[in-house]
Design a protein around this ligand. Sequence first.
Ligand SMILES: Cc1ncc(COP(=O)(O)O)c(C=O)c1O
Length: 445
Amino acid sequence: MSIDERQSVLHSWSVQADWRAPTVVGGAGAWLRLSDGRRVLDMSSLAECSNLGHQHPKLVEAIRAQAQRLCYVSNAWGAEPRARLADMLLERSGFEGGRVFFTLGGADANENAVKIARQASRKPRGTIIARDRSYHGATHLAMALSGDSRTQAQVDAQGMGVSHVPPPYAYRCPFDSADADDCGRRGADAVARRIDEIGVDRVAAVLMEPNAGTNGIVAPDSYWPALRRATAQRAVYLIADEVMSAFGRCGEWFAWQRHRDTCPPDMMTLAKGLTGAAVPLGAVVLSHAIASRLEHEMLYTGLTYCGHPLACAAGVAALEAYADENLIERSRTLGAQLLAQAKRLQQRHEVIGDVRGGHGLFVVIELVADRDTRAPLASWPHTPPALKALVHEAMAEGVSFATRGNLILLAPPLVIEEDALDHALTLLDRLLERHFASTPVEVHP
Ligand SMILES: Cc1ncc(COP(=O)(O)O)c(C=O)c1O
């Protein structure tokens, strides 16, 4: 039987006729094994989700053991791994007395967070303030929440009660500030102003990525604390979309913890690293205050697979592995090293306009046509042909890099060996030299 899926599967975020990915048959650590026997180093944790690497033995064993014991019971029944995982998440986040609503992934976590915020705030059609150039998923409401130019035309964000504000994108600050922290504060001010314009009584929540996202924006340190202050002063819920940024990706269990315990959100949404992507699972973690407001009323939402025992068992094993193997700290240390290495590349390659992130193993390299003017190499969200060629050649040499527009997103599994990381950066150096040796000339329409 052929294992080629090119003719039969409809692939997401792809032009079907162009889809030509190799078949993966196994993996170990940061490496994937292909059907032709080659190994590929995964520099993006697939979709920034395989934080524990591939086929982590503790995850595989936990899934096997749970499958033997009990594959599934619905939410109308209790399940041991579900109870354990909820307790672990509340403990790790410090959301004492809160509750966890389990979903299947990130988009439905955000959708349900919005429903919960509207119900708990007693604003059933309350506006949700989100950001331009954010990504919150590809279901309809998640698309409306996302400030994603690729899909904006497909949804009526305003009609779905979503209002967008500019992002704290310090390298290209939409508030015309040259200082990163000032840009972050202005970003939070824009949210405050938007709440005031709409009216506190009509805003149910602010939903934002606290640190970094796949869109390549890394919020300046001033942003989250200022956002927390602005929302708390107005008694508007703050929801942290931690789908990508949690579980070590940004150097903490949850990225908002970078600001210690002073800035917890009222809710956070999780997925991806929650199970190291071994089984699909998402979650909405609610503060005690929100959970109490819902305690004695019907919750009008649900999913057949809410808190699926197999997925929750994987989640318990994943959380144990992060802790037992010190992977959150490891990500912080290696992230700082990766940032320093990427900054060295910037010194050598004119095409690198900005390097940011590095709070954990998430570093963004932004390519530009001109460093002085910061003119983008291609208009967002297009990927310049030379960058596509670079990625293609890297793959041929056994390293898989993720790109988005003009960005190279470095987000390897937290278990990556240091020499593998060095190998990837050395290759990137060589390929940048080959593809962007002189100041680039090509500009995508
Ligand atoms: C910040 C963020 N939120 C939500 C999502 C959507 O998650 P899912 O693809 O599991 O629906 C993503 C996925 O990339 C994400 O990065």
